[in-house]
Design a protein around this ligand. Structure first.
Ligand SMILES: Cc1cc2nc3c(=O)[nH]c(=O)nc-3n(C[C@H](O)[C@H](O)[C@H](O)COP(=O)(O)O)c2cc1C
Length: 245
């Protein structure tokens, strides 16, 4: 069976963004990938109530579809995250789902997966929205792998294969060849310190995964200067944050 890609659709099922997501799906299917769209609109995903039960290792008390969707992402070989720009950011429906993945900032289950972003807008906000979506991928320990963008000016232009080339290359090559940026390495250092100092459940998970002694979530290519800088950042944060476990 081919590799499986999940596309997260966060606005209208026949909206501008979903149309472009379908076009990405057609290219992926023509390359032999399985492609499934999860329309958040068709699912019951409640807003996070901030109880932090998921962070301390308990099941989320909200009885809905969030966990089912998260499980699809865990099982996937790559993810397409799509959103329209609403008020210069991702749309609320996507943010509602993203909030429910909070435990992945501490104990990620989708590390090393390539993520392609798709953003549509009337005209503005692509930069701000793209920046947030890349940060999100980094928080999840996933690998930002390009962004397809459309405004009213070019909304009708079909998605071309070269726009998703990086994503396809990353699905095929796997994480061994990824080169995490300094930003990604620093986030990892921060998450490691939190695991060692703040949440007992994180520490257990990080030890089990072997991440306490590793340079990143997965075996990959690391620029030696970035390695030194992120280690220095780790040491500084380790000193600064008081142990609460
Ligand atoms: C609530 C709302 C907020 C929007 N905010 C922005 C915005 O900040 N900047 C912009 O250029 N377009 C904005 N738009 C336009 C949409 O981003 C654009 O039409 C998009 O392609 C809609 O995609 P959809 O059909 O998948 O929802 C907004 C539209 C809506 C409905």
């Amino acid at each position: 069976m081919g590799k499986k890609i999940i596309g997260i659709s966060s606005s209208r099922v026949n909206g501008n963004t979903a149309k472009k997501l379908n076009e990405i799906g057609e290219i992926l299917k023509s390359k032999g990938y399985e492609f499934e769209i999860v329309h958040l609109m068709k699912h019951n995903v409640k807003e996070c109530v901030g109880c932090e039960t998921c962070l301390i290792g308990g099941g989320c008390p909200l009885n809905d579809d969030a966990e089912i969707i998260m499980d699809k992402l865990i099982q996937s070989d790559g993810i397409v995250m799509s959103t329209p720009v609403y008020m210069f950011n991702i749309c609320g429906r996507l943010k509602t789902f993203v909030d429910r993945t909070c435990r992945w900032f501490h104990r990620t289950e989708i590390y090393g997966k390539p993520i392609l972003n798709l953003i549509t807008t009337a005209g503005g906000g692509i930069k701000e929205t793209g920046k947030y979506m890349n940060l999100l991928a980094v928080e999840w320990g996933a690998y930002p792998s390009g962004c397809v963008k459309r405004t009213v000016m070019n909304l009708k232009d079909k998605v071309r294969e070269n726009e998703i080339e990086k994503f396809i290359i990353n699905i095929e090559k796997g994480s061994d060849t990824f080169k995490p940026s300094l930003n990604m390495l620093m986030m990892f250092s921060m998450q490691k310190v939190l695991a060692q100092k703040v949440l007992e459940q994180d520490e257990e998970y990080w030890i089990k995964k072997g991440w306490i002694d590793s340079d990143y979530f997965y075996k990959c290519k690391i620029n030696p200067i970035n390695k030194v800088l992120s280690k220095a950042f780790y040491k500084m944060m380790y000193k600064k944050i008081k142990k609460s476990i």
